[in-house]
Design a protein around this ligand. Structure first.
Ligand SMILES: *[C@@H]1O[C@H](CO)[C@@H](O)[C@H](O)[C@H]1NC(C)=O
Ligand SMILES: *[C@@H]1O[C@H](CO)[C@@H](O)[C@H](O)[C@H]1NC(C)=O
Ligand SMILES: *[C@@H]1O[C@H](CO)[C@@H](O)[C@H](O)[C@H]1NC(C)=O
Ligand SMILES: *[C@@H]1O[C@H](CO)[C@@H](O)[C@H](O)[C@H]1NC(C)=O
Length: 935
């Protein structure tokens, strides 16, 4: 091994904690970013050619030619209308020299097409859709305006930033993949075309650029290579980036674009780089930064008190997005005054086509449904994965695993998973064991499962270059690796040293890789896919060169952001296959793209044991959630560095109320399992983990709801209170479902916390520990001693919980339910409960129970809205707490609806706190019943 190559990386492991920014490109370093960000606007005026407009026979797709009036370059415009207030607008070169890549893995299912009706007007064409939606195509300069019920919401190209750099062929260049006879002709023709063009007809790039390369590129008389830190990108197809501006009228808040370590409401990028979407292994990432991180979802939501709109930019190449908040200046009558806000956004990608979807809400929940209807709903994970996960780099050997496992019992702390990082392998050869340390993996796994616990191991995509490693050899023989621009197998450096990288664009690679999960000792455990940006220690920006080739001559540049989703999709399919499609997979990934929620959970990568990173976890998970990636979490405790005890305790308290709950730590940190701290702190950590388990039925019901509607479990306040402007910039408090308000402590020595309670004054919020009631639309100082997790239940909600302490979630799955009910001001409440076997995929065939609970007019009723045919449940009702119950009932009677059985129930009324406790209703949850509270 040439360790010198990875020496720079080892040096980074020194204690100083800051990202090495020099490793990563700024907009200035990415030439297309500069060209797109400051285009010659006068040069890019486009016109829609009226006589090219065509409507297909079903009247659901319109096409037209859009021409650059200076260069005469022609673009193909396509507009598709769909049901459920969704539009798709595409722009591509009319006659590209080489097919531009179109992303399809992100699309789960196109909605049903909706017909449109054309209305010719002077200088524009109006496209009318159902539900009072219409689009205006303005001919010159070309622009698309989207209206809802006569109100202009969004405009495309209103700033004339539309720019598709035409594909050109570098004189003398013959792409490796195009060396077939058929393509030779085309290449020559293209080159001929190019020679014949005059300077005037070539889009000039950036006029006032002083950078020599940039000028050379503009003149096209120099090699098209781009160099970054000594890495040469040969750019065989030259500059061919795409860009478009989109303005949201009447909106001054936009959100989304994960993954960034930044505020939830996107900042203006006027004085910074744009937000960057390019999946990278960013070592020791920086907070409050638009820098790219591990995953990318080019999805944005614009929100105001009246409406919510989503926009999805379907492109997997390096992408940057500028955001600028402002006001409509000369709009006059249309907007009634100059104080109407607007948000200008500008999107650009290095290659591919412009393929944009709009989701017109009008409410946040509608946008979630519309967007995930297209890109796929989050899959329902196994029940146990909602429990607590104990991870570390590394648990060293079988004895270490057994000891950690036993200690959780000794200290009576629930845990569902123990995780193994890379050191379990034989020299970082995935799908092998370091046998001296793990001689009996199957027995080790069985020992865990016998006690209701599970093991997860890591499996990274890089494959150690070693002729004696069967996976390396087999994939080599079958030609399943990515190739260099010269067609050789590409070699990069990662954990094992020299490594090859599977080409997951090749279906044969995915099939081979998926089958690996059926290997003995791996066939029953779930999987952690890391380093899949992909991380290449000696590559540009610690990833792959952009001119690397995938199957069919695809350039890595075109598909970079898909590497993670393709890797995890292969893993997902492997998990399904080995279990005959009967068991739900569980996979955790670091890298992801739009649609990854169909296969995986994600975590926010390599954070640090700092208060700022704890605080950042909330906005990061909120952004992921509204972009469909709902099952997300951050490493509890922080991956790098050693947390002080107070930070660790607060982090457990926060993590217990985030969707994915896993502690993890770097190999150089001190051990930090809960019992290694003072008893007081251990008990606080235990309490937060136990608190998590009491909410598992509620969490699981939310996960099911997400799988049906796309609504994130962890929501910004404005999702439920879209008219409450106080909430629009908030990201330090959030909701779980519509029922729980959470504001975790994220600052050191916090004695009190100022909590905002959303909604009108008719809204009530019940402190789940003190039972104090707070009115909506107000702020309160909440005491936050170390044992306090500020969590409030919304009046009007019913939450299913479980209070029996178990060693793991699986052991609780048939345990009885307790209902925590908080009444609203008019004495009503509602909620739901989802029950299934927790592990099989039979819920997809309807084998589950979905139960709705209502309290109204002093009657609590349970209605089974979906009843399983084969799945039976023993789950029964153990207890009910009603907070905000105004009187002491004279009696409480339970009626089972089908059996007709009646029962008088025992209860206790606390008239100080107005809490009514009903012990042991004892009714089966799969039965319908009514409970009557008599005055
Ligand atoms: C280029 O520089 C000149 C002189 O400074 C200036 O007038 C012109 O507006 C600049 N052009 C662009 C596109 O920035
Ligand atoms: C499994 O558990 C048994 C009984 O406690 C123990 O003797 C054995 O060493 C364990 N095996 C492993 C691999 O941990
Ligand atoms: C209480 O909840 C019921 C049912 O959800 C609703 O109709 C009623 O308006 C709510 N009352 C208040 C004061 O919010
Ligand atoms: C609930 O129903 C299941 C299945 O019908 C049954 O086995 C169980 O005994 C019932 N439990 C109660 C408390 O009625």
């Amino acid at each position: 091994m040439t360790w010198t190559v990875i020496l720079p990386l080892l040096l980074l492991l020194t204690p100083a904690f800051t990202v090495d920014k020099g490793n990563f490109k700024t907009c200035k370093d990415a030439r297309f970013c500069r060209r797109q960000r400051e285009p010659r606007i006068d040069y890019y005026i486009h016109e829609l050619l009226v006589d090219t407009v065509k409507l297909d026979s079903s009247k659901t797709a319109l096409t037209a030619t859009v021409k650059n009036i200076k260069s005469n370059d022609e673009l193909l415009l396509e507009i598709h209308g769909f049901e459920d207030r969704t539009f798709r607008i595409r722009l591509n070169e009319l006659r590209p020299l080489r097919k531009r890549y179109e992303v399809d893995i992100s699309i789960d299912k196109l909605p049903k097409a909706a017909p449109m009706d054309l209305q010719q007007q002077s200088g524009q064409l109006q496209l009318n859709f159902p539900n009072k939606l219409h689009l205006n195509l303005i001919y010159n300069p070309f622009r698309v305006d989207i209206y809802d019920d006569g109100t202009l919401l969004t405009s495309l190209n209103s700033q004339s930033l539309l720019l598709i750099e035409p594909m050109r062929t570098k004189p003398g260049f013959v792409p490796n993949s195009d060396k077939s006879a058929a393509d030779d002709q085309q290449t020559e023709d293209a080159a001929g075309d190019w020679e014949s063009q005059t300077d005037e007809h070539r889009p000039e790039i950036v006029a006032n650029d002083t950078d020599e390369q940039q000028e050379a590129e503009a003149k096209n008389d120099e090699p098209w290579e781009e160099t970054f830190k000594g890495h040469v990108d040969s750019k065989p197809y030259g500059p061919n980036s795409i860009g478009l501006d989109v303005t949201f009228f009447g909106f001054e808040n936009v959100y989304g674009l994960p993954e960034h370590a930044d505020s939830f409401r996107l900042r203006s990028t006027k004085d910074t780089d744009p937000y960057r979407l390019y999946n990278l292994d960013v070592f020791e990432y920086e907070l409050n930064s638009p820098m790219a991180l591990y995953g990318a979802i080019p999805f944005m939501i614009a929100h105001n008190e009246r409406s919510t709109i989503g926009m999805y930019w379907n492109n997997a190449a390096e992408t940057w997005v500028d955001v600028d908040y402002g006001f409509i200046s000369s709009a006059g009558t249309l907007f009634g005054g100059s104080s109407t806000p607007k948000t200008d956004t500008h999107w650009f990608s290095e290659t591919g086509i412009i393929d944009v979807f709009f989701f017109l809400g009008p409410k946040p929940a509608d946008v979630s449904r519309q967007f995930t209807g297209l890109v796929g709903r989050p899959y329902l994970p196994p029940f146990v994965t909602l429990g607590y996960h104990q991870c570390r780099w590394n648990y060293n050997d079988e004895k270490d695993v057994a000891t950690v496992h036993e200690n959780f019992d000794r200290y009576d702390i629930p845990v569902d998973f123990i995780w193994l990082d890379i050191e379990y392998t034989d020299g970082k050869r995935y799908f092998t064991w370091d046998t001296p340390k793990f001689p009996h993996p199957v027995e080790m796994i069985n020992n865990l499962t016998a006690k209701g616990r599970n093991l997860i191991v890591i499996s990274d995509p890089h494959i150690k270059k070693d002729d004696n490693y069967f996976i390396f050899k087999e994939m080599l023989d079958r030609g399943l690796y990515v190739k260099t621009k010269d067609g050789k197998d590409y070699e990069g450096w990662c954990w094992p040293g020299a490594s090859y990288y599977p080409d997951f664009l090749n279906p044969a690679t995915c099939e081979y890789y998926a089958n690996l999960y059926s290997r003995e000792s791996f066939d029953k455990i779930w999987t952690w896919n890391d380093m899949n940006e992909p991380s290449v220690f000696n590559g540009p920006e610690i990833t792959m060169l952009k001119d690397i080739q995938h199957i069919g001559g695809l350039e890595h540049r075109e598909v970079h952001n898909l590497y993670g989703i393709l890797h995890t999709k292969a893993t997902y399919e492997g998990h399904l296959k080995r279990a005959d499609n009967k068991v739900r997979p569980f996979i955790l990934t670091r890298s992801f793209f739009t649609g990854s929620q169909r296969y995986t959970a994600v975590w926010t990568g390599d954070n640090a044991a700092e208060w700022g990173h704890l605080k950042a976890s909330n906005p990061m998970i909120l952004s992921l959630g509204i972009a469909g990636m709902t099952f997300a979490g951050a490493d509890v405790g922080g991956f790098f560095k050693n947390p002080e005890t107070q930070l660790l305790v607060r982090w457990y308290q926060a993590g217990a109320f985030q969707p994915f709950f896993r502690a993890h730590a770097h190999i150089d940190t001190r051990r930090r399992e809960p019992w290694l701290f003072d008893e007081q702190s251990m008990l606080l950590i235990r309490d937060s983990i136990r608190a998590r388990y009491t909410f598992l039925p509620f969490w699981y019901t939310l996960f099911f709801e997400a799988s049906q509607t796309g609504l994130p479990m962890m929501r910004p306040l404005w999702y439920e209170f879209p008219e409450d402007q106080n909430t629009f910039a908030m990201d330090d408090e959030y909701l779980l479902g519509d029922a729980l308000l959470v504001k975790p402590v994220t600052d050191e020595n916090t004695k009190t916390l100022n909590v905002y309670f959303p909604g009108t004054s008719a809204e009530t919020w019940h402190d789940i520990t003190t039972l104090a009631i707070h009115k909506g639309g107000s702020k309160s100082q909440i005491d936050t001693p170390m044992n306090k997790i500020p969590v409030f239940q919304r009046g009007g909600t019913i939450m299913p919980r479980r209070f029996r302490v178990r060693r793991s979630a699986i052991l609780s799955i048939e345990d009885p339910i307790t209902l925590s009910i908080a009444l609203n001001d008019t004495g009503d409440a509602q909620g739901s409960l989802y029950l299934d076997d927790g592990i099989s995929r039979e819920h997809l065939d309807g084998n589950y129970f979905s139960i709705k609970l209502h309290l109204k007019n002093n009657i609590l009723s349970s209605r089974v809205v979906h009843s399983a045919s084969a799945y039976k449940t023993k789950v029964w009702l153990e207890r009910i707490y009603l907070a905000g119950f105004k009187f002491k009932p004279s009696s409480i009677e339970l009626n089972e609806l089908f059996s007709g059985q009646k029962k008088v129930l025992e209860f206790f009324y606390d008239d100080k706190h107005h809490v009514l406790t009903i012990r042991k209703p004892g009714v089966n949850m799969s039965k319908e019943w009514r409970m009557i509270f008599r005055a």
